[in-house]
Design a protein around this ligand. Structure first.
Ligand code: NDP
Length: 289
């Protein structure tokens, strides 16, 4: 008989994970701090536990999807003594070091800890295109693969429990800076009455086309070959960014996001690299390590 999977945390994401598990016909126990959020899953066949102790009383895998690192500790600390020998899959977003800290906490209590990072929204859980990164013991990943694959494409990144989170956070840096760049542009054209929606219609395909440059940029960064032919030079980029700063200010738009990029480019030029490729920005960013 399949062990029941326990879900701690039934927010938007925890509920989606539990629902996909139930849909696959796997027995599940669910718990949430605010009990009303468990009702729908109960109607779909989940066993609703009133307490965390009750939820973890079986022998199945424990899936944790809470708000943040602090809420994970608040929920699992009081029951740590009951968790020995169990496997905990934590899909709560944490920093890499918080994930490593949880892995250390788990080892101290005899718990097998697998960390996960969800690269999706609740509505796409279980749908094609949804990726979830995992790190920690590979044996735990392999053993639970059938369960993990119910939620998305499971991608094992390595034994370091922090690496899934690190990759998640690094990817989100790209997302947030891209969104902020879009909003900056929307403010620029918005100053002339162009709607953000109209702007987005032009911006989205342009950005999608630009992502085609990433692989070439990455090869340059890995090879540290910034002097190679065909690269856009820092000097060229400086002129372009300077124009963007001027045009933004002319539109009354703040350059507090854009100006630091120009400053980075200028520092590299001042260091003598003006003729080299713009991918050298990464060297300036690495300096603060
Ligand atoms: P929600 O805000 O919908 O749910 C948060 C959950 O955490 C609720 O179950 C809430 O309980 C619980 N919680 C918060 N604080 C405590 C506490 N101190 N003790 C006990 N329970 C607590 O968030 P999501 O479900 O959307 O997100 C959950 C995790 O998934 C987050 O780490 C998030 O970053 C990650 N994630 C979410 C994505 C998304 O698009 N939603 C995408 C990728 C990752 P209660 O109902 O009682 O408030």
């Amino acid at each position: 008989m399949t062990s029941r999977t326990t879900f701690l945390g039934l927010g938007a994401m925890g509920s989606a994970l539990a629902a996909a598990t139930l849909d696959a016909g796997r027995p599940s126990v669910v718990w949430n701090r605010t009990p009303s959020r468990a009702r729908t899953l109960g109607e779909r066949g989940a066993t609703v536990a009133e307490t965390v102790e009750e939820a973890i009383s079986g022998d199945g895998v424990i899936v944790v999807c809470l708000f943040d690192h602090q809420s994970v500790r608040a929920v699992v600390d009081p029951v740590a003594a009951n968790l020995a020998g169990r496997t905990m899959i934590n899909l709560t977003t944490t920093t890499p070091n918080q994930a490593r800290g949880l892995a250390t906490w788990a080892a101290k209590h005899g718990v097998t800890y697998l960390d996960g990072a969800i690269m999706a929204v609740p509505a796409t859980i279980g749908r094609p295109g949804t990726a979830i990164f995992y790190s920690g013991p590979e044996a735990a990943f392999d053993k639970n693969r059938e369960l993990l694959d119910l939620w998305g494409q499971s991608d094992y990144l390595g034994i370091d429990p922090g690496i899934a989170s690190l990759c998640d956070m690094a990817m989100l840096v790209g997302m947030y800076t891209m969104f902020t760049g879009f909003l900056h542009g929307a403010a620029m054209v918005g100053a002339e009455g162009v709607s953000a929606v109209e702007f987005a219609r032009r911006q989205a395909p342009f950005l999608a086309a630009m992502t085609g440059q990433l692989v070439g940029l990455a090869a340059t960064v890995d090879a540290k070959d910034y002097a190679g032919v065909g690269q856009q030079s820092l000097e060229f980029t400086e002129v372009a960014l300077d124009s963007l700063v001027t045009a933004s200010l002319d539109q009354g738009v703040s350059v507090e996001v854009l100006r630091p990029v120009l400053d980075i480019v200028r520092r590299q030029i001042a260091a003598g690299y003006g003729r080299q490729g713009t991918a050298r920005i990464v060297e300036e960013l690495r300096k603060s390590r």
